[in-house]
Design a protein around this ligand. Sequence first.
Ligand SMILES: [Cu+2]
Length: 129
Amino acid sequence: MKTNFSLVLFISFLLSVPSFAQSKVTTAHIKVFGNCGMCKSRIEKVLDHSGIKLAKWNTKTKDLEVVYNKKKISEQQIHELVASVGHDTDKVKAKDEVYAKLPFCCLYRDHDHSGIHDDGEGKKHDNHQ
Ligand SMILES: [Cu+2]
């Protein structure tokens, strides 16, 4: 009886191995900045890469869904791939010289005006009246 019990344990261990293998494949959601359909194809094209099973970027929500094999590529490398074609992620910023070469419609940074209106509040009090 004792032998049978260890045999059962051994078999269940063997059965659990394939699920370990599956867990190497993981899904991540990454914030990637961009504007249009051209951005989408650029982002998805660079992620047509070994270790990456699926990459889908949502133009409206800026959410990149990526399914990848952790053994082959890290999330950090995915951020770097996206940044290498000019798109900022929540972790890695694209180089300015790469960004500058993007088509006009793709220049997403121009739509972020934070910092530009820093002085705006103070000027309201300019001797008006
Ligand atoms: Cu674009």
